[in-house]
Design a protein around this ligand. Structure first.
Ligand SMILES: Nc1ncnc2c1ncn2[C@@H]1O[C@H](COP(=O)(O)OP(=O)(O)OP(=O)(O)O)[C@@H](O)[C@H]1O
Ligand SMILES: [Mg+2]
Length: 339
């Protein structure tokens, strides 16, 4: 009998993930039922305005949610294994070795009282069981990979002896040291000046590509996502409201929120004197989000149906999906392909 072709196992498969913060003022539904998948080596951009749940998604995958926060539902499968069912000891082996994270502030990953070299070698000795000598060689090579000049000398320096850009390179070296299958980069360059931002981003994504590392890139910069990510997902108020391949999605966003985000990005090739669009209103309360579609109070196209009925959530299975009752019926005023 001919067997149907089997789908390759995803690198990461998140199903109906819910992460809430249980506060005196009520449950903050920071991530509220999101589902998505990433293939091995995929580069996925995660965008959405402040407070939409991007960092909480990342922290949930890493098992770094602390009280009063808790993952209250769903599954996070990494190469088939549900991370939420793993004891902390097993999760520690995955964290850093198979899934690494880079935060906006490099000092969250570096310990100021140890030299950069000792922190790098320690990671290799714990996760990869290397001898001191072997670890030193690999650490220096990795510092060279992230283009730190004189890596043998810098190996002996403390984090405060590095500039902000160089420090973030050290963090990238640390993240890539154990050759993780998934790198989560949460606004990795926001703290840097514009020139260093571009260099560090290029470097990080180039190294990840060479190594076949899957990258989840969380950013406010829609341009970076267009340049580097195959797929993009847009978060709003704890939900994924649109997702799909970056090129087609940017050229033809189906959700009015995505369209608003794209229209609020300045473009060099736009010589009209039009004011940039800005989405009216503010992000909703995550304790009592609006009934129906969470975006309706800010949407120019909302109808009674939007107020009373939540649209079907994106499930991470179609090529371009959108959680809007009227998906794709809005005209985009300008051609946004390749922001
Ligand atoms: N420790 C906490 N206690 C209570 N609420 C929290 C906590 N951490 C996050 N939240 C809430 O969870 C929601 C999602 O936050 P998150 O940090 O994921 O946003 P984000 O999309 O990463 O935003 P930004 O772009 O500003 O980084 C927000 O409403 C935030 O206030
Ligand atoms: Mg964040």
């Amino acid at each position: 009998m001919i067997q149907p072709p089997t789908q390759p196992q995803p690198l990461l498969d998140v199903r109906d993930l819910r992460t809430y913060f249980l506060t005196d003022g009520g449950d903050v539904r920071a991530v509220d039922g999101i589902s998505f998948s990433m293939a091995e080596g995929e580069r996925l951009g995660v965008v959405g305005e402040s407070g939409s749940g991007k960092s909480v998604t990342a922290a949930s995958i890493m098992g770094l949610i602390e009280p009063p926060g808790a993952v209250v539902g769903g599954q996070i499968r990494f190469r088939g294994q549900d991370l939420l069912q793993l004891p902390e000891k097993e999760m520690q082996k995955i964290r850093g070795r198979e899934i690494a994270i880079i935060f906006q502030d490099p000092m969250t990953a570096l310990d100021p009282v140890f030299t950069v070299g000792s922190q790098l070698t320690e990671t290799l000795r714990i996760h990869r069981n290397m001898s001191r000598k072997e670890a030193r060689t690999v650490a220096i090579d990795t510092l060279a990979d992230v283009q730190i000049p004189s890596p043998e000398k810098r190996f002996r320096d403390y984090p405060h002896q590095f500039s902000g850009g160089m420090r973030q390179r050290v963090v990238i070296a640390m993240a890539l040291l154990c050759d993780p299958a998934l790198l989560i980069a949460d606004e990795p360059t926001t703290a840097l000046d514009v020139t260093s931002q571009a260099q560090v981003m290029d470097l990080m994504l180039g190294l990840a590509e060479d190594r076949g590392t899957g990258v989840m890139l969380i950013t406010h910069d829609l341009g970076v996502v267009a340049g580097f990510c195959e797929n993009v997902q847009v978060m709003y108020a704890g939900e994924i409201i649109e997702r799909g391949p970056a090129g087609p999605l940017y050229a033809n966003p189906d959700h009015p929120y995505t369209r608003g985000l794209l229209e609020s990005v300045p473009r060099l090739d736009d010589d009209t004197q039009n004011h940039l669009y800005s989405i009216r209103g503010a992000a909703p309360s995550m304790t009592k989000p609006p009934q129906g579609c969470r975006f309706w109070p800010r949407c120019d196209h909302a109808t009674d149906k939007c107020v009373s009925e939540a649209p079907t959530a994106c499930c991470g299975e179609g090529s371009q999906e959108c959680a809007c009752h009227f998906a794709g019926t809005f005209e985009l005023e300008t051609d946004r392909a390749g922001v």
